[in-house]
Write a protein that binds this ligand. Structure first.
Ligand code: NAD
Length: 420
């Protein structure tokens, strides 16, 4: 029993165990690689609009510091726990290493329901969280970014709170900021665009015609909405299903994703969007399609539905959408489902965050075209490495991707040695 004990952390550990066995990692190195270096839990008392004071729990986990500062998103979600935060931090470590970014993984967040907070309350929660984190984060120690439930505005409040404390503008303390305060052109779209770049590469490899292909996207937030829009408008794929936490919609003739995006911008969710049939959340993932992109929460592909999903490409926009039990089922299905594993598929976000951090440190700016070109170059390299490794060793794509990441971290640990 340890402070991280939780279902999502157990899942990340189980995935790590598979990799450790495959790489034959010495037992003396396993816990050292797996357990986070540091974890902080903070209590955030916040004035609510009705005059009461509510107390929220906040977390930050820094997984390893071997390759540079830690980097990771900030999640505002009702049931966030230390264990889930630690699992997300561990995945970030393998993701950064796979994509050759000079970071360890981190993750943080606050257990709160953003849909129940006013804008002023959200600002107070965000500022108080950053205030409590000031002793533990910094541009050379730990850099925050957005994740579920947070956005550019929250990042601007984080940056402002940290900067007020330092006495000057420190925009490299967070990434995913608005462009007006040192954010990078194309960061907001980076994760979804990266997902679609990799889907296009997979379609190309599998000789699929995008114009004759269909897609279902779960989650219509930052990642899901950009991925759905880009699939529909840029790749020419017909998006037949979209969903969020309020509704799942299916239309075999195609959904007007642009209209859906405008609707969500105005109303906040898909509840009242009336294009297509309303489907149960469970059946939604089992509908026939060529591309299934889970872009919301973890473990939605699990042992109950892994045998039933009918896609050719599973593009994991979310972190941890497929459980280890589901992985075993997908492995048995062989070539039927081409998995683009999360640490590759959604890496666009952290890659462009890295650009934003570098630009902040150097007081430098790149254009959106330059940013997107550099992003695709890194993704291309990682994609090829993962596919080659999977073929060479006849292993699933997830094993290949994670193994490349874990190997880089362990090599760096061995080279640096164990202090003291
Ligand atoms: P977001 O808060 O912008 O959007 C989340 C979306 O998921 C919303 O549309 C929400 O309604 C929907 N959702 C929540 N619960 C759901 C459920 N049970 N069923 C269906 N839909 C549900 O979050 P985001 O930034 O788009 O992140 C989504 C996922 O992508 C997360 O797993 C996150 O860790 C991962 N991710 C995000 C980034 C990024 O840059 N934002 C980068 C890498 C990975």
């Amino acid at each position: 029993m340890h402070i991280y004990d939780d279902e999502v952390f157990r899942m990340a550990c189980e995935q790590f165990r598979v990799i450790a066995n495959y790489l034959n990692i010495d037992k003396n190195d396993r816990d050292r690689l797996m357990f986070p270096k540091r974890a902080m839990a903070v209590t955030l008392p916040v004035h609510m609009d009705d005059g009461t004071t509510e107390t929220f729990q906040g977390y930050r986990v820094q997984h390893h510091l071997t390759l540079g500062p830690t980097k990771g998103g900030t999640r505002f979600a009702p049931n966030l726990s230390m264990g889930e935060t630690a699992a997300l931090a561990m995945w970030m470590s393998w993701k950064c290493a796979l994509n050759h970014l000079p970071y360890g993984g981190a993750k943080g967040g606050v257990a709160c329901d953003v849909t129940k907070l006013s804008t002023r309350e959200l600002e107070r929660v965000s500022r108080r969280y950053m205030q409590e984190m000031i002793p533990f984060v910094g541009p050379k120690t730990d850099i925050m970014g957005p994740d579920m439930g947070t956005n550019e505005q929250v990042m601007a409040w984080f940056m402002d709170t940290y900067s007020m404390h330092q006495g000057y503008a420190v925009n490299e303390i967070v990434t995913g900021k608005p462009v007006s305060v040192g954010g990078t052109e194309g960061r907001r779209e980076a994760t979804g665009r990266g997902v679609v770049y990799l889907i296009e590469r997979a379609m190309d490899m599998l000789k699929m015609n995008p114009e004759k292909s269909t897609a279902i996207v779960q989650g219509f937030g930052n990642v899901g909405s950009v991925a759905a829009l880009s699939l529909g408008l840029k790749s020419g794929v017909k998006v037949v299903g979209i969903s969020d936490h309020t509704a799942a919609l299916y239309n075999p003739n195609g959904i007007d994703v642009k209209a859906a995006e405008q609707h969500v911008r105005k109303k906040g969710n898909l509840r009242a969007f009336d294009e297509g049939d309303r489907i149960g959340a469970k059946e939604f993932l089992e509908l026939p399609c060529d591309i299934l992109a889970p872009c919301a929460i973890d473990r939605v592909i699990n042992e109950s539905n892994a045998g039933k999903i009918k896609c050719r490409i599973l593009a994991e926009g979310a972190n941890g959408p497929t459980s280890p039990e589901a992985d075993k089922i997908l492995e048995k299905r062989g070539e039927e489902v081409f998995v683009i594993p999360d640490i590759l598929c959604n890496a666009g976000g952290v890659i462009v965050s890295y650009f934003e951090w570098v630009q902040g440190l150097q007081a430098f700016m790149w254009s959106e075209t330059e940013v997107t070109d550099k992003l695709f170059r890194i993704l291309e390299h990682s994609f090829i490495q993962v596919i080659r490794r999977a073929k060479r060793d006849n292993i699933p794509h997830r094993t290949a991707a994670m193994a490349i990441g874990v190997e880089r971290v362990i090599q760096a640990k061995h080279t640096r040695g164990l202090f003291p």
